[in-house]
Design a protein. Sequence first.
Length: 391
Amino acid sequence: MRNVPKKGVFVLTGVVILFAIGTLILILDGSSRLPMIPQALAQTNAYDIGLKAPELVGGARDFLNTDGKPLRLYGAGGVLDGQHIVLVDFWEYTCVNCIRTLPYLKEWNQRYTKDGLVIIGIHTPEFSFAHKHVNVAAAVKRFGLKYPILIDSNYRNWQLWQGSAGYWPRDYLLDPSGRVVSDHAGEGGYAESEREIQVLLSRIHPGISLPPIMKPVRPEDGSNAVCYPSTPEMYAGARGYEQGQLGNVTRYQPGEQSAYRTPESLDDGEFYLDGVWITGQECLQPVISASSPIAKVTVKYHALGANAVIRPGRNEPFKLFVYQDGKPISRRDSGADILRDPQGRTYVLVNSPRMYRLTKNAHFGTHLLLMETSSPDLRLYSMTFTSCVEP
């Protein structure tokens, strides 16, 4: 999985830009992430416009918000009964691009459920902790999602729908017969997607009264938003080492423990460790002792905002102190998860495995972000960056 430029892909019949194999796309404002899917499941079989969508795969326990029953698209009791359309949303609960689409999905669910729209979120995980049912269920509750969620931890639905041409997020709109009418990968294109929903509902219910298209939830979602090039997504495990993102880790061995010191010169988009650390397959883990009581990570980045995917190792809350450009993060530039202690130090309280929002700078620029902790429970997985501003 990786960041791509701030462009989504919206697939419509008749658009003439080739993407992947047999897929036509129109570049629109948005962004998306490519997944790291087990090689055995890597196939190029993403669904083209006009093809009939595959059936959902999963038992009752794999679904949330369905009163304990599995959902099916087709056959007796299936969702597609001639009076409903379906929006299938592939997402991952630590994915910043997915999280930013949720306000629109929630509003569409509230607006159009009574008219025949069924939204089905398919949660396909990236990190090992996101395979766990309890963590996905907690995220669904935290985000306030009321529509059905299919937990796809074995990648069976991902394989059927997307294969190696997959994205987070990716939305497929199905007509009442189950045929794919539109396909949108990444953020953006919200007005176009809602119009497609309204067109299909109007065909089912001629003369139906529908609300005006939603206004942008955020100023940067507008069509005239300015999106600057930003630091690419960073990984803290084996993939990060392979991509050259573990700045002062010169030799990578999963599970190996080594002492590090922050160098004087830092490159953009790399993790620089200070203290004793274990380099894991997916994450970085500090080793805290009397001789090494503090562990630090420094990242140089250029963007408007910075986020980090973090897990508490023993599921016990701990404080991760976060500083920008050598001082506590100002209130103006603080991300939504930043707190302050009585001494004015800025930190996040890491109490569950999820994405934490560290900075939301008032202006685009280059910054040094320092994260430090005395807790051995830090598990740092990745960082993502945002770059769009109101025109």
